[in-house]
Design a protein around this ligand. Structure first.
Ligand code: ADP
Length: 507
């Protein structure tokens, strides 16, 4: 197969369901790539294992080739063959797993949302470990993400460490506790896990029913390191109100649980080099930003009559978490305040998609409002560059990346104070915060008054104090949201965990 490389740093393998830009649904994809690249830059050897989806962006994979091996993996009482591909994405080596299973698990034209997701991803988790074992890899850290690959933690300790894949510590990152992937307990048996052993309240049993198992709970219980994506969210999910049934498990395992704020990939998200933009620009040359705004207005058929009309952007999955009713409200309020609004979003929830299609149609030929209801990477870059303000009225937000990307492109965030938004956006009018950190507009209560108050203050500053606005734009563009410090945090956690394991094995 492939030999286990030697590297003076740590050997870290991420097993994940997403990776930007080849297979991205949301922030998870960005994190796998951004964290992976940052750790690689710090001298560690990083590899990624992904499913080989039919709907990936194959043009963004370099040197994709099939390995001359077949990995046989157990599932539901049988062995299935898997073809392993290898390629490079954003400079990171990636293994892609292509199952030869009659159910064509990753040949569905989409990443998630299938009736058999539990099977698809428990299958994938097991093949990923089987591959590492058969390839003779000796990683120091196996890092799994979200419920889709949380199976890795119990599979590793129950099945693969005894088989000899025993060099690693397991790190599990939960990017959103809303999605726990619960299923009838019997389904756990397909991937070879022992239902009787694991369907217990202190292991994988879901809090809601005795006959359901919860992969996220398994990830928390069986990993050496458990992280989530911001310090505030880590606190929030330890409460009964926001823990989605996992607060007591998280409190029980609090010693190994920590929130680390995500960074953004500052190569991908760089207005000075971004080839998706009409014109690249920097904080020293904001004329380019104005030209992007003008180009976007022309592209979308919005009025350009008033140059200094504030343009509010919003790029999001349209799901209840994101405060869809407040997004809708912000569209109408922006219009009343004399601004323009561009929304780029799509929804997996039919009634929300329909509702927003109604609003999009209503404003189809409007001079100041445009709703584009699809996923569009290229357009997203143009909107960050074109907009003056960026609204994120989330009900909860584990970390949120769009506020950081917006700031890097000189678009001022207007956000609800929750989760990672609370750790990255600080109100310009909050005297308790040092001036250097104040970078946006925030509100606490997730209601229309909250949105109005923050939006009106932003409009007021933009219209009545252009100089202060420009200073704010410059400040935000120069803030550091790179993976630099967050990846150092992960490195420290990894190193401590590896050191503990080595110390324990010596005694
Ligand atoms: P979440 O992971 O909850 O979706 P994040 O803020 O962490 O939210 O990450 C969202 C990422 O997905 C950002 O990179 C954002 O630009 C991107 N994104 C969201 N919706 C769209 C869309 N419709 N088109 C293009 N990119 C999108």
């Amino acid at each position: 197969l492939t030999s286990s490389p030697t590297c003076p740093g740590l050997y870290v393998i991420h097993i994940a369901a997403e990776m930007a830009p080849v297979a991205k649904v949301g922030g998870l994809g960005d994190v796998v790539t951004g964290l992976g690249k940052a750790l690689q830059n710090r001298g560690h050897l990083v590899e990624i294992v992904l499913p080989k989806y039919d709907c990936m962006q194959y043009d963004r994979i370099r040197d994709l080739r099939a390995l001359d091996v077949v990995v046989e993996s157990y599932f539901g009482g049988r062995l299935f063959k898997n073809k392993i591909w290898v390629g490079t994405v954003e400079g990171l080596p990636v293994y892609f797993i292509e199952p030869h299973h009659p159910d064509k698990y990753f040949w569905r034209g989409k990443f998630y949302g299938e009736h058999d997701d539990f099977k698809r991803f428990s299958f994938f988790s097991r093949v990923a470990l089987e591959f590492l074992l058969q390839a003779g890899k000796k990683p120091d850290i196996i890092h799994c993400h979200d419920w889709q690959t949380a199976f890795v933690a119990p599979l590793y300790w129950d099945l693969y460490a005894p088989k000899g894949l025993n060099s690693a510590r397991i790190c599990f990152t939960c990017h959103n506790f809303e999605y726990q992937g619960t299923a009838p307990a019997s389904e756990l048996a397909y991937c070879g896990l022992d239902v009787h052993q694991l369907n217990r309240p202190d292991r994988m049993q879901d809090h809601s029913a005795h006959d359901r198992v919860n992969p996220v709970k398994g990830g928390v219980v069986f990993s050496n390191i458990v992280t989530t994506v911001s310090p505030t969210y880590a606190q929030e999910v330890r409460t009964a109100e926001e823990g989605r049934g996992l607060h007591s498990t998280l409190n029980l395992h609090s010693k190994k649980f920590i929130g680390i704020l995500n960074g953004i990939d500052t190569d991908t998200w760089n207005p000075a080099t971004d080839t998706y933009l009409k014109i690249q620009y920097t904080a020293n040359d904001l004329q380019g930003k104005a030209e992007n705004k003008e180009a976007m207005r022309r592209h979308l058929g919005l009025s350009s009559a008033a140059v200094r009309k504030p343009l509010v952007g919003c790029i999001t999955r349209l799901v209840p978490q994101k405060g869809v009713h407040l997004i809708r409200h912000a569209i109408y309020r922006t219009l009343e305040l004399g601004g323009q609004f561009v929304l780029l979003g799509s929804s997996p929830v039919t009634h929300i998609q329909r509702e927003f299609e109604g609003i999009a149609n209503h404003f189809r030929n409007h001079d100041h409002i445009r709703l584009i209801l699809k996923y569009d990477e290229s357009l997203s870059h143009s909107i960050y560059a074109a907009s003056d303000m960026f609204i994120i009225p989330s009900i909860f937000e584990p970390c949120g990346l769009t506020q950081m990307i917006a700031m890097r492109y000189g678009s001022i965030p207007i956000v609800r104070k929750t989760g990672g938004l609370n750790d990255s956006v600080f109100d310009v009018d909050d005297d308790t915060i040092p001036h250097a950190f104040r970078n946006g507009f925030t509100f606490s209560t997730p209601d229309e008054q909250g949105v109005n108050n923050a939006l009106e203050r932003a409009f007021n500053l933009y219209i009545n104090n252009p100089e202060s606005w420009q200073q704010l734009v410059l400040k935000d563009m120069n803030m550091d949201f790179s993976w630099e410090s967050s990846s150092a945090h992960y490195e420290e956690l990894y190193l401590k965990s590896v050191a503990r394991a080595r110390a324990a094995s010596r005694t």
